[in-house]
Design a protein around this ligand. Structure first.
Ligand SMILES: Nc1nc2c(ncn2[C@@H]2O[C@H](COP(=O)(O)OP(=O)(O)O)[C@@H](O)[C@H]2O)c(=O)[nH]1
Ligand SMILES: [Mg+2]
Length: 332
């Protein structure tokens, strides 16, 4: 992501709230944020991202933002999903720190100061952990399993990846690319970008007061598929040939060996091929191997393109005297 809102030196905090049909909750939420930040003297802005709600969410946001210019509304043209809404909020955030929270009042704004303290202690991100979760059992049990699988697969020791309440150093959210439903994996994406100072804090969780949940059971299937995507992208996205190439070679060599064996039997000993199922397996493996190779090659070509634009590498710091531009170009 480029062309982002510059971080303002005297704004402590941007609170990003994705809202889909949460009209009743928003006024209370904004009051809560105002009180919590006011109590400890944090300067803040609240970015309310209305994601194509059909209810009164947008008029409510307009009203809130008219009475307090720290409250800013962003209205998306249609419903794009939570990740897209967060991503737009992240781009617009101007604070030194960024806090995300759900719009439905289940997350407690009074947790904000403690989260910021943890960031100030030198962490890149702090994830909330709904330790005493106020949700139905039907949601808590699959969620435990989901978090367990994610923990094992990624090696990141968080208990509650999908908690809406999280806090980041601004740089972190500006560097992750969110789309689809990857918001569940922001810590994972950040971790693989090198932001590995990750902390967790048990947070107060409340019962949903207004409206209803927007995610059903399908979230677990999608969540799982997204986990595979994240794993693949973070491990192999910059070297697709290592994945496709190795699987492809295995398949191809297997297929070749089978075909060779069958051919020798046929040519040397005259065994007919018509009743040998292995023939099909050999042919399929050869084809599969070639296809995977092609996939790897295409992947590499796409990456070449991207590296040429250098959009992916984050330089954390530099030392030494800056060299004049022209010389840098000469040396390449
Ligand atoms: N932008 C956006 N936010 C959404 C969407 N669906 C849910 N949300 C927000 O995500 C947060 C959590 O949603 P919720 O339904 O309470 O999920 P649950 O608490 O995990 O059951 C709330 O702030 C919702 O407004 C969506 O399609 N787009
Ligand atoms: Mg909720």
């Amino acid at each position: 992501m480029q062309d982002l809102t510059p971080i303002s030196p005297d704004l402590n905090l941007s609170v990003v709230v994705p809202a889909f049909e949460e009209a009743e909750s928003l006024p209370e939420l904004v009051d809560g944020i105002r009180a919590a930040c006011g109590a400890v003297g944090l300067s803040f802005e609240v970015l309310l991202v209305n994601d194509g709600s059909k209810d009164d969410t947008w008029p409510v946001i307009e009203r809130l933002s008219a009475t307090d210019d720290r409250v800013k509304g962003i209205r998306l043209k249609r419903n794009y999903g939570k990740s897209a809404a967060l991503s737009i909020g992240f781009q617009a955030a101007a604070g030194e720190y960024v806090v995300t929270m759900d719009a439905d009042l289940q997350d407690d704004p009074t947790e904000i100061p403690a989260l910021i303290e943890i960031l100030r202690d030198g962490h890149d991100l702090v994830s909330g952990w709904k330790k005493k979760r106020r949700d139905p059992v039907s949601k808590r049990i699959p969620s435990r399993f989901f978090n367990f699988v994610t923990r094992v697969m990624t090696g990141i020791p968080l208990h509650d990846f999908n908690c809406g309440l999280k806090a980041y150093r601004s740089e972190v959210v500006k560097s992750v690319t969110l789309y689809g439903e990857l918001h569940r994996y922001i810590p994972v994406l950040a971790y693989y970008e090198g932001y590995d100072r990750i902390a967790e804090k048990p947070v107060n969780h409340r019962v949903r007061k207004y409206g209803r949940t927007k995610f059903g059971m399908e979230r677990y299937l999608r969540g799982f598929l997204d986990l595979l995507t994240v794993q693949f992208l973070t491990r192999f996205a910059s070297r697709p040939m290592h994945f496709f190439g190795s699987v492809g070679s295995l398949a191809f060599v297997g297929g070749f060996a089978i075909s060779l064996y069958l051919s020798i039997e046929k040519l040397a000993y005259g065994r007919p091929l018509s009743d040998r199922p292995m023939l099909l397996l050999g042919a399929l493996l050869l084809l599969l191997g070639a296809q995977m190779f092609l996939g790897g090659l295409l992947g590499e070509m796409i990456i070449r393109e991207r590296v040429a634009r250098q959009s992916d590498v984050i330089v954390a710091e530099r030392t030494g005297k800056p060299v004049a531009m022209s010389r840098e170009v000469d040396e390449r």
